[in-house]
Design a protein. Sequence first.
Length: 143
Amino acid sequence: MYKIRMAFPLLLALIVAGCSVGPPPSCGDDIGGVADTAVFDTYFNAMALLNETTGLSGPEGDRGAQFAPGDALAIQADTKSDVEVRACVQPTSGQSGTIPFDQTQALSQGQANFPIGSYSPGAHVVRVIVGGTLVKNFPFEIR
């Protein structure tokens, strides 16, 4: 009987914790999954996720490029023409709450940087969207 009384509060705590975590926030019902490479090729020659200060990508890890806490990140794009780009950052490691970054910026033809800020430790993905279409996914991890 003693073991049951001790297990019940633990079980209840696990249930409550599970309900509060929930799925990670989303950039939109239709945003996610595989990027549309044909739309990407219409607007871009190349694109990369970089440390804004160093201009370098992080080393590749199991969950994408790895960056340190406090690193300011940016999307660097080589555009074929002027284009409006939405960047939305989703946590992917089970964090619930809100989207930490969701902004649209007009990029001019040629080389352009889109600063997206710094993030808390964990796994994330940058969704790059043009005209409502996902064109690029950049998974990354802050460690």
